[in-house]
Design a protein around this ligand. Structure first.
Ligand code: SF4
Length: 456
């Protein structure tokens, strides 16, 4: 999961991109970057490891403010290529034609494709940039054609923005539409962002979502829409609704907040526990906890404080996850002491955070802790944009029973939503739910096939 942004217009490109990226910071906190191109085709890139406010806090940033055509930006959460040595984005490449790309997703078969293109690369980001460049040169400088060729070869999920020194901006989604991407075009200016909430906050106006497989080009005067040669039934990532996206965003026309409320309602409909208080795991469990409380009649209270300066737990790099999960939360004894607690969270992926929270609720005096999870057990890895590429990382890997999971996190009971309930809560008939079911939307590829492909 990463955040991408773009802007073309008469405004201050650097300032607008910074605003969009700050609004997307929840999608990645490891690295941030911006590329801009001037009207006469000079391309500038500034990126580094850290938050947007850290990388762009200096008074002098080597990015022009005058004569600018537009730019793109990226906030990074590593999905491949490791954490410490990961490539920051945007990544720029080329000589006569220069391009910069920023993308959100994972290319599961990038090692196989890198062999086909005779490329030596260390990540899917490097592969994608190089492959787009090669295909652009093979197709008479046409980035759109390059994206069409690659859309047919790639197994994975992506949303992408490309900036060229022609100058043009091109943005697209993979043909199954796994990741969000939206834009506002008002005739003079174009704003692009991974999530609608960033657009609403920074620019307002009427946004549109990019369709699966859609490729849109803006040269500063007119916008052109085209599409990948083959479009599949859309399979947007259900985890965007469960966790990734902000609650004030809309994805495929569905409000993230409303879907999370409905996840809590669905969960409560299956439950019959008697308890004193519903406590959300902040912040991502809150909306589901509200839904659960409404449907169950058990009052909801804040019992846990989350230190926002430590970022989002799931996207914390692995080498610091253990101590971050301990430092991140504070517990309100007056709310939980002597109470039977229903603890609601969006998901359990690795289990590190949940184990620590259950233990510390008991230390704060909770007499019982009943864990309720808005999504089903996360049993299979993802190869379409999140950092779980091996089953061994998952608490609920495919052979683990619910009782094993309950014991592992130390809860009195555990209940998950079912895949059907989750699908009902989102309200779309076609979704990717592969991390819960093991059914990947790629012509019968299994988790093992994709694991082998990814690690080959
Ligand atoms: S496997 Fe899960 S996290 Fe990955 S795209 Fe599908 S639903 Fe999203």
């Amino acid at each position: 999961m990463c955040g991408i942004a773009g802007y073309v217009g008469y405004g201050d490109t650097l300032s607008i991109l910074l605003q969009l990226l700050i609004e997307l910071q929840h999608r990645g906190q490891e690295a941030s970057g911006i590329a801009v191109v001037t009207k006469d085709g000079r391309l500038y890139v500034v990126s580094g490891k850290g938050l947007v406010s850290e990388i762009f806090s200096y008074s002098h940033i080597d990015i022009p403010r005058e004569n600018v055509f537009g730019g793109i930006g990226h906030v990074r959460y590593a999905t491949s290529g490791g954490y410490m040595d990961a490539v920051t984005q945007p990544i720029a490449i080329g000589d006569r034609i220069k391009i910069a790309i920023a993308f959100n997703g994972t290319i599961a078969n990038y090692k196989l494709l890198a062999n086909e293109y005779r490329l030596k690369v260390s990540s899917d980001t490097e592969f994608f940039a190089n492959a787009i460049y090669i295909e652009t040169m093979e197709n008479k400088g046409d980035v759109v054609e390059a994206l069409k060729v690659l859309a047919e070869k790639i197994i994975g999920g992506y949303s992408i923005v490309v900036l060229t020194n022609e100058p043009r901006i091109i943005f697209a989604k993979d043909p199954r539409g796994f990741r969000p991407l939206s834009y506002v075009y008002n005739g003079d200016e174009l704003y692009i962002a991974s999530e609608t909430s960033a657009l609403e906050t920074v620019v307002g106006g009427v946004w549109r979502e990019v369709e699966p497989g859609e490729i849109i080009v803006f040269d500063g005067t007119s916008i052109e829409r085209t599409a990948a040669r083959k479009i599949y039934d859309p399979t947007p990532c259900v985890f965007e609704y469960v966790y990734f996206s902000r609650i004030d965003s809309v994805f495929n026309g569905v409000s993230i907040y409303t879907s999370r409320i409905r996840m809590g309602i669905e969960l409560a409909k299956m439950d019959n526990i008697e308890a004193d208080v519903v406590i959300p795991v902040p912040d991502s469990g809150r909306a589901a906890a509200i839904g659960y409380s409404k449907a169950s009649g058990i009052p909801i209270e804040e019992g846990i404080y989350a230190n926002k300066y430590l970022g989002r737990g799931f996207i914390t790099p692995p080498h610091i996850r253990d101590y971050v999960s301990r430092l991140k939360y504070g517990f309100i004894k007056s709310v939980v002491d002597g109470k039977k607690v229903v603890l609601v969270d969006d998901s359990i992926v690795r289990g590190t955070t949940m184990r620590s929270i259950v233990l510390r609720l008991r230390e704060a005096g909770a007499s019982e802790v009943h864990v309720r999870i808005a999504s089903p057990p996360f049993r299979y890895p993802c190869f379409m944009g999140i950092d779980v590429a091996s089953r061994q990382e998952l608490l609920a890997w495919s052979s683990m029973t619910l009782e094993d999971i309950r014991k592992s996190i130390g809860a009195d009971s555990i209940l998950y939503n079912t895949v059907d309930a989750l699908t009902r809560a989102v309200g779309l008939c076609s979704l990717c739910t592969a991390c819960f079911t093991g059914r990947y939307p790629f012509n019968g590829y299994t988790a093992s096939d994709l694991e082998n492909m990814f690690s080959r």
